[in-house]
Design a protein around this ligand. Structure first.
Ligand code: PNS
Length: 161
């Protein structure tokens, strides 16, 4: 297996995402990080263009990683990205049921395989939802997000909309 699409909301990118992206860049020839968004839905806490910019900055040293945004179904994004499989990270058993259901559905509706990577224990407690909460309430997100984009994430999540 040579290429994977690592999809997600990345709202915002976390140290947990970067753990998977970094390890995937060593395990696969090509890694497409795909921000999946629904143009009909509210844009998320961090606007899509900023989410793209944060991810590109965080992954800029990883030469076989590209960052793109897709709308619509994940199976369509996998086709458009021309990858061999979808990659998802698993943090704990809480993720497992949902991820298995998604993987089986995507195989059924789009003949797309999903491979799983176990999150490193040091980051398996991190979620973008809690990062958003902590940052908005002026808590310390050091270590929870990539250091190169930490200040920009704080700015984006605390500035008045
Ligand atoms: O970062 P997240 O929120 O865990 O990412 C979830 C995501 C974006 C991968 C998932 O919601 C998704 O695949 N959305 C695209 C729409 C789709 O294909 N839905 C059917 C999944 S079986």
């Amino acid at each position: 297996m040579r290429s994977v699409l690592y999809p997600g909301s990345f709202d915002p990118v976390t140290a947990g995402h970067m753990d998977i992206i970094r390890r995937a860049s060593m395990a696969f020839d090509r890694v497409v990080v795909g921000i999946l968004h629904n143009p009909q839905k509210p844009s998320g806490a961090v606007p899509l263009d900023k989410r793209l910019a944060l991810l590109r900055m965080a992954a800029k040293e990883l030469t076989n990683v590209e960052v793109t945004a897709f709308s619509g179904l994940l199976v369509e994004a996998a086709g458009a990205a021309n990858v061999d499989a979808v990659l998802r990270g698993i943090r704990s058993t809480l993720d497992t049921e949902d991820e298995l259901m998604m993987a089986r559905l995507n195989r059924q509706i789009g003949q797309v395989e999903t491979v799983f990577m176990a999150a490193s224990p040091e980051v398996s407690h991190i979620s973008a939802t809690y990062v958003r909460q902590i940052a908005r309430l002026h808590g310390d997100i050091r270590g929870l997000v990539p250091e190169t984009v930490r200040e920009e994430i704080i700015r984006l999540l605390t500035q008045p909309q």
